[in-house]
Design a protein. Structure first.
Length: 239
């Protein structure tokens, strides 16, 4: 007869909100305000202004490229033009992220058939067979992420931040991993400039996210934005 460890039951039953509250002891860093431990970037009006301006420009570009991309995506693999998925943002708040579809329509049902080449709570496979022919181009140029400018405009995301994880990934986080949720997720960040698809170690991703939090200034955000343009144009680490 198999014995059940009550500690494991208790741990698995913790809600995301409960897990986030457990990080209070860990957040004793000088880049959080003493009153509520909120990262400085959250209340920055200048960062939000840059996000709004960038999102409006990005959405105008998205509108221009939408029709040719929509035709190309559909002809290559008939189905929805957009792909949506629930992700976790600041403090674990759930929101719907939008992308141009770069995989086959049955991609999620087939994920268990694809080997994960990453270590930890992320899923990556540079040779993922579910990625369509057009999808490879969209990903290499980051065009698949242009609809996320809408997420930036609505405030669920920022131009610069961390990559938003899925609720399933967050449910497996420990307190250290949860620290990456103390800033808004972004279209780009340390991972895009320094690692992009080459980074297959989740702990390394978390380390870059926390390094970004420590370094954060509006000017550092602008630096990362310009570096991202350079990386995308050169297609460095594209997947």
């Amino acid at each position: 007869m198999m014995l059940i460890n009550p500690r494991k039951i208790k741990k698995s039953s913790l809600k995301l909100e409960d897990k986030l509250s457990n990080t209070k002891k860990i957040l004793n860093n000088n880049h959080y305000t003493e009153s509520n431990r909120v990262h400085r970037s959250i209340n920055s009006k200048l960062k939000r202004l840059i996000d709004i301006i960038g999102a409006l420009v990005g959405l105008m570009i998205t509108a221009i490229i939408f029709i040719p991309l929509a035709i190309w995506i559909y002809k290559d693999n008939p189905g929805p033009i957009f792909y949506s998925q629930t992700r976790c943002g600041f403090n674990g708040k759930k929101f719907t992220i939008w992308k141009f579809r770069s995989m086959t329509v049955d991609a999620e049902r087939k994920q268990h058939l694809v080997k994960n080449h990453a270590d930890g709570f992320i899923f990556k496979n540079p040779e993922d067979p579910r990625i369509t022919r057009v999808g490879k181009f969209l990903r290499s140029t980051s065009l698949d992420e242009f609809p996320q400018f809408w997420n930036v405009l609505t405030g669920d995301m920022s131009l610069v931040g961390t990559r938003p994880p899925t609720p399933n990934e967050v449910s497996k986080y420990n307190d250290y991993h949860l620290l990456r949720l103390k800033v808004k997720p972004g279209l780009t960040g340390e991972w895009q400039v320094k690692g992009r698809s080459k980074c297959l170690d989740f702990n390394q991703v978390v380390a870059m996210d926390l390094d970004y939090q420590k370094k954060w200034t509006v000017w550092y955000d602008l630096y990362l934005i310009f570096k991202t343009v350079e990386v995308v144009v050169k297609r460095e680490g594209a997947c």
